[in-house]
Design a protein around this ligand. Structure first.
Ligand code: PLP
Length: 427
């Protein structure tokens, strides 16, 4: 399947119907699977045979969708999770424990920042947040003897910083640790992090992959390239016997291409249970069938809107990495020559009050705590997600009072621009 081009894999990846079978892989809406003998089932529990026994661990619909995403990202194995948050947690917790340290870009999704800085810190994992535009020397200085992973977002939500992946991959690999990249905003249509040095790729599939704001979900993809066996002291969970699984050594049994994901399924899904519902995996699979058609339209519309905003008298500033003159334009052109994403941030003249007035004037764009689906949606963080903060606190959080996050959908760009124009003129 992965010999096909990415557009074909969006449609067919993960599953080929055999004679007389359903062309759409069905929703296997069953918690459990029947076996003729206890011995047959015992082999599954020992990971000696592959097969399904309980949907918390694996389900055929979920696996088919995960296999499609592995093909899209060019990875060797993948697993779905119940949310992007669960994907971020599992991607790190699979190789880190109490006493370990992780380096993360500071411009990441706020929920991920909270997960790392508060919740995972409580689990004993320490994070150092670095400016993604830091010098190689500054990055180097963040490493500690107990550093186990490096993390960043290919295009940061909502800062729209394009991640200098080569710099981070080089530093991570020179310290013998993997680079984990959240590729939610770019999607594999615009950027394939594994080709630029990422070892693990994650997504909130809730966004462009689903594409229709129907299902919350996440995915973790392993490149199969990171050699855990070179650092057995650092990653004993992968390279030494797992007593909770009859002494299996994941790297020995499943090779570099399968060890990381098998461990994440066998241990983390088993114990923490953040599995996706088969119905949601089915809907995600349907969404993926048009990802290659939707992404270029999102980017085309976003660029047209960004250009319009740049020239408007009521607009103070515009951030869009696909827009010439943007701080990240050159890096985006190099890493993502076909486009970046459909999300723009901009500030309206007149601060918080003007921003609120602009929002109220929109007719086509809906006010929603979401980004990256087919319908244009918009959020004014200062009056929504960050409304408890005063202007000074907003500045410290990197959210100016006038900041509007605009997720450009796949409607006709003329209608989107007309809606924004009339709302801007109502300020
Ligand atoms: N990563 C990024 C870049 C996101 O934008 C989000 C959510 O907005 C997440 C992760 C978390 O994903 P979810 O909401 O599916 O848990």
């Amino acid at each position: 399947m992965s010999d096909y081009k990415i557009n074909t894999n969006c449609v067919h990846g993960g599953y080929t119907a055999k004679n007389g079978e359903a062309r759409n892989f069905p929703i296997v809406q069953s918690t459990t699977f029947r076996y003729a003998t206890s011995e047959a089932m015992a082999k599954l529990f020992d990971l000696e045979a592959s097969g399904y026994f309980y949907t918390r661990l694996q389900n055929p619909t979920n696996d088919v969708t995960a296999a499609k995403i592995a093909a899209l990202e060019g990875g060797t194995a993948a697993m779905l999770t119940s949310s992007g948050q669960a994907a971020s947690l599992f991607s790190i917790f699979n190789i880190c424990g109490a006493g370990d340290h992780v380096i993360s870009s500071s411009t990441i999704y706020g929920g991920t920042y909270n997960l790392f800085a508060v919740t995972m810190k409580r689990m004993g994992i320490d994070f150092t947040f670095v400016d993604p535009d830091c010098t190689p020397e500054e990055l180097e200085a963040a490493f500690k003897p107990n550093t186990k992973a490096v993390f960043g977002e290919s295009i940061a939500n909502p800062a729209l910083v394009v991640f200098d992946i080569e710099k981070f991959a080089k530093a991570a690999h020179s310290h013998g640790v993997p680079l984990i990249v959240d590729n939610t905003f770019a999607t594999p249509i615009n950027f394939r992090p594994i080709e630029w040095g990422a070892d693990i790729v994650i997504h909130s599939t809730t966004k462009y992959m689903d594409g229709h704001a129907m299902t919350v979900g996440g995915v973790i993809v392993d490149s199969g390239k990171f050699d855990w066996t070179k650092y057995p002291d650092k990653y004993p969970g992968l390279t030494t016997p797992d007593e909770s699984y009859h002494g299996i050594v994941y790297t020995e049994r499943f090779g570099l291409e399968g060890a990381y994901i098998t461990k994440a399924v066998a241990q983390l899904m088993r114990d923490l249970g953040a599995q996706v519902a088969p119905m949601n995996a089915f809907l995600l699979n349907m969404g993926l069938e048009t990802l290659h058609l939707r992404m270029p339209r999102h980017c085309e519309n976003a660029l047209a809107l960004a250009k319009f905003l740049k020239g408007h008298k009521n607009v103070e500033w515009v951030n869009y990495p696909g827009l010439e003159g943007d701080k990240y334009y050159d890096l985006a052109k190099k890493l993502m020559p076909n486009g970046t994403c459909g999300v723009i941030t901009f500030g309206v003249k007149g601060g918080r009050k003007a921003a609120e007035k602009f929002m109220a004037g929109l007719k086509l764009a809906s006010i929603a705590t979401h980004v990256a689906d087919a319908k244009t949606c918009v959020l004014h963080p200062a009056s929504a997600t960050h409304r408890q903060m005063n202007d000074e606190e907003l500045a410290a959080a990197g959210v100016s009072p006038d900041l509007i996050r605009f997720s450009v959908g796949i409607e006709d760009k003329d209608d989107i621009i007309a809606d924004v124009k009339q709302a801007l003129e109502s300020i």
